[in-house]
Design a protein around this ligand. Structure first.
Ligand SMILES: [Zn+2]
Length: 68
């Protein structure tokens, strides 16, 4: 197992922004958004034994709520 400075830098730069899952409509914590059960896996986080891509396996997605 080796650790390189290059990979550390890459992770830091990509980690600056919140990762959006495919099913997310907005970054987590955004005003006017809320967590909802993933429509693809119905909150299980898995489909046929494989992690759900829509919610990243968490079972929930961030959706815009309200009528803003
Ligand atoms: Zn899902």
């Amino acid at each position: 197992m080796t650790k390189t400075k290059a990979s550390d830098t890459q992770v830091a730069s990509t980690g600056a922004q919140p990762a959006l899952k495919p099913g997310d409509e907005a970054p987590s914590g955004t005003t006017g958004t809320g967590e909802d059960v993933c429509p693809d896996c119905n909150g299980k986080g898995r489909i046929d034994g494989a992690p759900c891509e829509t919610c990243g396996g968490s079972g929930t997605v961030t959706r815009a709520i309200g009528g803003a």
